[in-house]
Design a protein around this ligand. Structure first.
Ligand code: HAM
Length: 413
């Protein structure tokens, strides 16, 4: 679990602002969800054969002996909230959320125990149009974030019956190769054989490559939806690869599934992943309603953005040097006026006194573009010393209006 230090926070804020803008542009509305839920919610939704439920949840008993869990993902809680508040009575819903998630995983590059997701969920739309919308929306986000080199993999898991048939075929195939199965896979063989396809064990890869694929067993409606999804992606020039072995690690999926991958973060290659989970609402006690969504890992996106652009820090625009200690009140008043008159101005006031020289040093270290100087002379003249710190130019004494104009021009970019 990590602290996000001030110099990293500007990248986070930029990423979040871009995500908000893009989600707004598609009519997704923000929902804020609790970090803690009843453990049973995740066990039921994500599935007890998944790694998340079997080994990764932070679960504890509260003072009333209720079993609670720090949320490992956002979909289950979002479904709970939608049902609890009857949001679907108002019609289909496009929602998004942002926040920390917790999984007791082995930490490594790109994989943390507390990490952050932005997730988008669309409820009440049968698809495949909205499935495509989610993919187009994520593709737009990569463009706006300046990330290229992400690849999209898609698959269709079919409806429950088709998956049941496929399951039997897989069990038969893997049972014929018992000797090549690792311990995890042997355990999954009868409980959840599809998850064997998700194994990252190099020794298992050739066996997995040889396994029968689901597309041969897909139901007609899912096959039609999958064709339509591809048609929309093609028409919008979104490149993708059909990966018939993409199964996802959570049990609630059916139909469309997809993942955006990078080759720049080692083993943790998925930056955004999701799919359709049409059965989850009914299994959670709601009236049947189709659902689809995705979540992206913000730490992974931050890391990629830093690689492609270098991270910019939001330094102050100006640093106010206050070299007339007896005029503190007047100086603070002036700082307030500047903030009033220049919207968006980041102005840092030197607090705690100090010589001219030491204040200039602090101004420089702050990364500010300008030092504003208020000493005895300036106060007497009613002027402000204005000195560029990042480029050529001597200090000038300027009237307040002109300082306001200079700063406003700088802030506007
Ligand atoms: P997920 O594949 O478990 O799906 O996680 C989505 C994304 O969260 C991953 O692609 C990755 O970028 C990020 N992520 C997951 N675990 C970690 C970790 N330990 N450290 C850093 N980043 C991580 C879900 O969570 C589903 N709820 C997605 C969804 C929404 N499906 C439908 N709607």
């Amino acid at each position: 679990m990590h602290d996000v230090l001030p110099e990293q926070v500007s990248s986070w804020r930029r990423l979040e602002a871009t995500c908000r803008r893009v989600l707004d542009a598609y009519g997704y509305r923000e929902i804020r969800l609790p970090v803690v839920e009843h453990s049973e919610l995740f066990e039921r939704s994500i599935g007890d054969t998944s790694d998340i439920v079997a080994k990764e949840m932070y679960t504890f008993a509260d003072r009333n002996d209720e079993r609670l869990t720090l949320r490992p993902e956002g979909t289950a809680g979002c479904v709970r909230a939608v049902l609890e508040h009857g949001l679907l009575n108002e019609g289909p819903q496009r929602l998004w959320y942002l926040g920390p998630m917790f999984r007791y995983e082995k930490p490594q590059k790109g994989r943390f125990r507390q990490f952050h997701q932005i997730g988008a969920e669309a409820f009440g739309f049968p698809g495949p149009d909205v499935d495509a919308e989610l993919i187009l929306m994520s593709a737009r986000l990569w463009r706006e974030l300046g990330l290229d080199g992400l690849t999209l993999e898609i698959n269709n898991l079919g409806q429950a019956e088709a998956r049941q048939r496929y399951r039997a075929v897989l069990v038969e195939y893997f049972s014929g190769h018992m000797g090549q199965l690792d311990a995890d896979s042997r355990e999954r063989l009868h409980r959840n054989p599809l998850r064997i396809l998700d194994s990252k064990n190099p020794a298992m890869q050739s066996l997995i490559q040889g396994a029968p694929t689901l597309d041969q067993h897909l139901d007609a409606a899912s096959a039609r939806d999958f064709d339509q999804l591809r048609e929309i992606l093609d028409a919008n020039s979104v490149r993708y690869r059909v990966n018939p072995r993409l199964v996802r690690g959570l049990d609630y999926y059916n139909g469309t599934v997809f993942e955006w991958l990078t080759d720049q973060l080692g083993a943790q290659s998925a930056v955004c992943a999701g799919g359709r989970y049409d059965e989850l609402i009914i299994a959670s006690g709601g009236k049947p309603a189709p659902a689809v969504g995705f979540a992206m890992g913000l730490e992974r996106l931050i890391e990629l953005a830093a690689r492609s652009a270098g991270s910019a820090v939001d330094s102050p625009h100006a640093y106010l040097i206050a070299a007339a200690p007896q005029a503190q009140a007047r100086i603070m008043q002036l700082a307030e006026q500047l903030r009033d008159r220049v919207p968006g101005l980041r102005l840092v006031l030197n607090c705690g006194g100090g010589s001219f020289k030491s204040q200039f040093k602090k101004a420089d270290r702050s990364g500010a573009a300008f030092a504003l100087v208020l000493g005895e002379t300036e106060l007497q003249n009613g002027s402000i010393g204005f000195k560029p710190l990042r480029g050529p130019g001597e200090q000038q004494d300027l009237p307040l209006d002109q300082v306001v104009a200079e700063l406003a021009r700088h802030v506007a970019g």
